[in-house]
Structure formats: C-alpha cells, structure tokens
Design a protein around this ligand. Structure first.
Ligand code: F0G
Length: 385
C-alpha cells in the first residue's frame, strides 16, 4: 500500500478519520532522527545523548507537510474548492505545494508585508498560489484570514484546524519509533503558533492511554525573545492549565496590555515572529500533561546555535535552531542533566532563509548590516564554526 511510504499515514490507525481512498499524500514525513555529538557538545550533553529530528526533509522543506496532508485530506473529504492560510512562509509553501501537485484546490495565502523569507515566498509563487501581502504582521494576517475564510466559505488550514495537529502528532511517532518506543527525557521544540507543542502533547497523552508508552517525556517550548507571549505568560503570570480550566482573564488582560502598548513581535527567526499564538490554550494543556517548561532565546543565541547545527552537518533555518539554543540554556540552568536523552526538533530546511545564514557568516559589511546589524546580532566568530 503506497500509504505506507508516508511517514504520516503509515500511522493511520492512530488517525481514524479517513479511508485509504480519501487520503492525499505526497510522501511526506520521511524524516529520520539524527544523532550528532558535535551539537550535543555545544548543548552540554554527554556523547550520544542529543538527537535532532530534522523535519526539513519533507517535500516542501518543513514539518508543515505532516499536518498539511491531514488537513488537506479533510478539506477534500468535505469538498473544499479553495483553501487558505495566514503564514510566516512554511504553512503557505506546504499548502501551495499540495494544491499545485494535486490540482484539487486553489490556495489563497495571506502574508504580513516584508515578513517572509524569500525562500518561502518563492515557493508559494512558483506553485501558483494566490499570494496576498497585507499591511501588518503575521498576527494581523491571521486575524484577517479567519474573517475572510469564514465570510467566503474557504477552508482554513492554519493550525486552528484540528486535523493539522493530528498529522503533526506523527513527528513524535517517528521519534519514538527511532528510539524503539523508549521515550527520551526531553522533547525541545520552537514555539510560534504553538501547533507542534500542542500536537506533541496530545500524541504523548494518547500513546500513554493506549499503553504504547509507559512514560511521557518532558516538553520544552522555546520562544524567540522578540515573540515571547508564551514565556511571559507561563513564567510570569499564573496561567497553568488546571483540570480543564484556563485562566482566560489573565490571558485576556495580557493581550489587552499588549495592544495598548502596540507591542509587535520582532525576531530574526521570522517563522516564529508571532505574538498571538492561536494554540495557546492547547499548548498550556500539553505543558501540563508533559511537565513542561518554557524559555526564550535571543536572536544571537538562535544564530549561534544554528551555525552549530550547520557545522554538525545538517543545517536548519533560524526558527528551528531555537530548540537547540533552548536546550543549551536548560542544560546550563541544570534543568536538563548531561546524561538526559534530548530530542530537539529542527522544523525547517537550511535553505529556507539563506539571507540570514549568509549575513551571519559574511565579511561584507553591507550584507551584514542589512539583515543582522539592525538587530544587534554579532556575526560568526571562529568559535561558532
Ligand atoms: N519553525 C518553523 C520553521 C515554522 O515555520 C514555524 C511556524 C514554527 C517553527 C512554529 O511552529 O506554530 O507549531 O509553534 N510557522 C508558521 C507558518 C506560523 O506560517 O509557516 P508552531
């Protein structure tokens, strides 16, 4: 059965909502758990203890395909003719790809102006998606696409869509499979719209209930410092998920203050430049289920970690390296022990954002200034390599 070649659908007995005939697959999810002692040493772990789940090997170059195949299948099941998303670039690349390869739907994409790397923008354009740049950032684009899709009856594939999260659970199924179903001590993941962290928490809770794992790994969600809503709320306000109850007022007050101060997200890691994560509540539940922690990392820490991932032979885009930078901080704080088995999820391909990479390594002042100088990030030193 060709579905067994999909790293998502070979686990289809755990997503029981579509028949084999209804499933749309492009061979997504054929990703492997890598092991690298070069990056492990940078993080501060004993040899053999750091693993990188590199999701850049998906057909559109990011983890999004895991969820898109699931949402796209559902969109087809309900007869959708158009599908929309707001995006910092990877969701849109993935949606555009599924639309163009299958010709089943037209893609409508909302992006914040100047907020998406050229690698990702070029994918949406080449795949022929209707690509709309709107005034504002991702949070504005997200608000807009929610309205438009509702008004015009367009199928929404952002991670508010529960089928997206179902598919993204498979990232953890593959991690566990690679570890012979012995859960690691830690899963470390970048946090943007908080779809992955929510999906991973759900995956572990379900696997435990099914008796397929005996223990749930701890979850660490890493924000970029310029987009730190989850970190601020989780560590500085009382927003713990409590038996089905979320402190909605605390969260509402936080957003109100953010609006009053006109605070906008700002980070070099454009994929996670998000201040209003749509899966915030689900993520709080995942953090509860997985004894989770949240940290933030600076653009400098992200770029330094990214160069280590590159030197370790895999490479990733800036947002992905937040996981490695976050693991290093948790190790330094003694929360992760040197002997812990740690899986960092690398969410996107190295080639997604070449401008950031070149600016970090170049000796050309102008190129450096344009991308990194204004953000106060220093370029690579010999020690980074
Ligand atoms: N890493 C990459 C490379 C991403 O593209 C994203 C999200 C994230 C991490 C954050 O993941 O939302 O599950 O917490 N990108 C979205 C997009 C927002 O539009 O492509 P999350």
């Amino acid at each position: 059965n060709p579905l067994n070649f999909s790293g998502v659908w070979r686990f289809r007995s755990l997503f029981p909502y579509a028949t084999d005939e209804q499933i749309v697959t492009l061979g997504e999810g054929q990703t492997l758990l890598q092991q690298t002692d070069h990056v492990g040493k940078f993080v501060g772990l004993d040899p053999g203890k750091l693993h990188l789940q590199y999701e850049g090997m998906n057909p559109s170059g990011s983890f999004k395909d895991n969820g898109m195949t699931a949402a796209f299948t559902h969109a087809r099941m309900v007869g959708a003719k158009r599908a929309a998303c707001a995006s910092t670039g990877n969701t849109s690349a993935s949606l555009a790809m599924y639309c163009s390869v299958t010709r089943l739907m037209k893609a409508v994409i909302f992006i914040g102006s100047g907020k998406i790397s050229y690698g990702k923008l070029s994918q949406a354009l080449d795949y022929g998606a209707l690509t709309l740049q709107i005034a504002g950032d991702f949070d504005d684009a997200m608000a807009r696409v929610k309205e438009v899709s509702k008004d015009m009856g367009i199928y929404l594939v952002n991670s508010v869509n529960p089928f997206r999260l179902e598919g993204q659970k498979s990232v953890m199924f593959r991690v566990l499979e690679a570890l012979q179903w012995e859960p690691p001590d830690w899963i470390v993941v970048p946090g943007g719209n908080l779809g992955n962290s929510s999906a991973f928490g759900k995956a572990f809770a379900e696997l435990k209930e099914l008796g397929l794992i005996s223990r749930i790994p701890r979850l660490a969600v890493i924000n970029a410092s310029g987009a730190d809503t989850l970190d601020q709320l989780y560590n500085n306000h009382d927003v713990r998920w409590n038996d089905g109850h979320y402190p909605r007022e605390t969260i509402g007050d936080y957003y109100k203050k953010m609006d009053e101060e006109q605070r906008k997200a700002s980070t070099l890691a454009s994929a996670i430049e998000i201040n209003r994560p749509v899966n915030l509540h689900k993520c709080l539940r995942a953090l509860n289920d997985c004894d989770g922690v949240v940290r933030q990392v600076s653009d400098q820490e992200i770029m330094d970690a990214k160069s280590q991932v590159g030197a370790g032979g895999i490479g990733c885009e800036p947002a992905s390296a937040a996981s490695v930078a976050g693991a290093k901080i948790l190790r330094e704080q003694g929360i992760i022990a040197p002997s812990d088995r740690v899986v960092c999820v690398l969410t996107g391909h190295q080639l997604k954002d070449p401008n950031a990479t070149v600016a970090y390594h170049t000796t050309d002042q102008e190129t450096f200034n344009k991308v990194l100088g204004s953000r106060g990030v220093k370029r690579a030193t010999f020690a980074n390599r």
